[in-house]
Ligand binder design. Structure first.
Ligand SMILES: CC(C)(COP(=O)(O)OP(=O)(O)OC[C@H]1O[C@@H](n2cnc3c(N)ncnc32)[C@H](O)[C@@H]1OP(=O)(O)O)[C@@H](O)C(=O)NCCC(=O)NCCS
Length: 182
């Protein structure tokens, strides 16, 4: 009960993106910068979507803008290469005691280097710092590569959402990870 109340208070109090200090990181001897997403990044995020979704852009400019300026507490961050290219990004929203991953993508040239895991770990830290009990996401039933990564990171299947993806009526696998609350 107290937890539910604290989730509501956080939503009322913050009503904007939580602070996130940018940081330099090294992954397999490559230097990157991890930082918040800003409006000026959206063009590049859409290009990254085109790259990973075979020319499709599931999220439009207005969808990105709505998320990064949402009154709901959220964390939208990207990882930038030494050449100033956005290698990947992740978005999440905090609702009650759950942090929901709304979007994650890593450019094809940067995949399989541990960036996806790193982005999910950052959101998990954000969730734990904000007393969330769970981390959740939806993934296409056909996206078995991403599902394998999520399972390895501690997610398990909770439910199937029928016809979740409207453009081809594909089902979504609803996945959840239970967090250790400090
Ligand atoms: C799903 C996605 C975000 C994963 O990102 P990623 O950066 O490739 O993820 P990671 O590198 O952390 O892990 C992926 C795999 O690479 C492996 N890997 C990680 N570091 C590695 C390294 N240095 N060398 C070789 N393999 C490595 C991991 O073991 C993992 O193996 P798995 O296939 O058995 O799970 C990315 O593939 C993507 O953007 N896909 C398209 C969009 C998409 O499907 N989004 C998810 C929507 S829900």
């Amino acid at each position: 009960m107290l937890k539910k109340f604290s989730g509501l208070v956080k939503t009322i109090l913050y009503g904007k993106q939580y602070p996130f200090d940018e940081k330099s990181i090294e992954l397999h001897e490559e230097a990157y910068l991890l930082r918040k997403i800003v409006d000026q990044d959206i063009k590049e995020l859409i290009a990254l979507e085109r790259d990973v979704y075979f020319g499709e852009t599931p999220w439009t400019k207005s969808a990105f803008l709505a998320e990064i300026h949402s009154p709901i507490p959220h964390l939208y961050i990207c990882i930038v290469s030494k050449q100033a290219q956005i290698a990947g990004f992740i978005g999440s929203r905090l609702i009650g005691n759950d942090t929901h991953i709304t979007n994650i993508a890593v450019g094809t040239a940067f995949q399989n280097r541990g960036i996806g895991k790193l982005l999910i770990d950052e959101v998990e830290n954000f969730a734990i710092m904000n007393d969330c009990e769970t981390l959740s996401l939806e993934v296409r039933i056909s996206n078995t590569d991403a599902q394998r990564l999520y399972r390895r990171l501690g997610f398990s299947a909770r439910n199937i959402r029928k016809n979740y993806y409207t453009e081809n009526n594909e089902d979504a696998l609803d996945m959840i990870k239970h967090l250790e609350v400090r």
